[in-house]
Write a protein that binds this ligand. Structure first.
Ligand code: DAT
Ligand code: MG
Length: 150
């Protein structure tokens, strides 16, 4: 199934100069970039985006981190895009993330794990709506698609 998913390069990824590396890995897999912008997440947006974690011991630290600097927000489309991105990201704790994954190759810390990807198609739709207006999302034909999409 063709899906869309929201991906954030978190503040640590921006600070460490890994925006291009992370975008390159997703592009290289064949996913199609539909939207991209740099923003500073407000505490309000952080609270909505991470609503499922409200009340957990790490919630305040998570909001502090994700609002600590600019992030790059993106939307990607492709076959099973939600699962494909989660697999490319690796486990939440970079120490447990497999080599070859973004977190497994590039991160060490549970909080500063570089990348967010929606965890279900339902959450993806909600998160896309939180971060993007409809006119910021580009539905276009990519000529390479005939070599990627059967
Ligand atoms: P993921 O980002 O893999 O979807 P998640 O949604 O469970 O993971 O958690 C969101 C972020 O919160 C995660 O990227 C890092 C942080 N986090 C999760 N569990 C944590 C914990 N036990 N201690 C500290 N930070 C945690
Ligand atoms: Mg999550």
């Amino acid at each position: 199934m063709i899906q869309r998913t929201l991906v954030l390069v978190k503040p640590d990824g921006v600070q460490r100069g890994l925006i291009g590396e992370i975008v390159r890995r997703l592009e290289g897999r064949g996913l199609k970039l539909m939207a991209l912008k740099m923003i500073r997440i407000t505490p309000e947006l952080a609270g909505r985006h991470y609503a499922e974690h409200k009340g957990k011991p790490f919630f305040d630290g998570l909001v502090k981190f994700i609002t600590s600097g600019p992030v790059v927000a993106t939307i990607w489309e492709g076959r099973e895009a939600v699962t494909v991105v989660r697999t490319l990201m690796g486990s939440t704790d970079p120490l447990k993330a497999a080599p070859g994954t973004i977190r497994g190759d590039l991160a060490l810390d549970l909080g500063m794990n570089l990348i967010h990807g929606s965890d279900s198609p339902q959450r993806a739709e909600v998160e896309i709506g939180l971060f993007f207006k409809p006119d910021e999302i580009h539905d276009y034909v990519r000529t390479a698609d005939r070599w990627i999409v059967e």
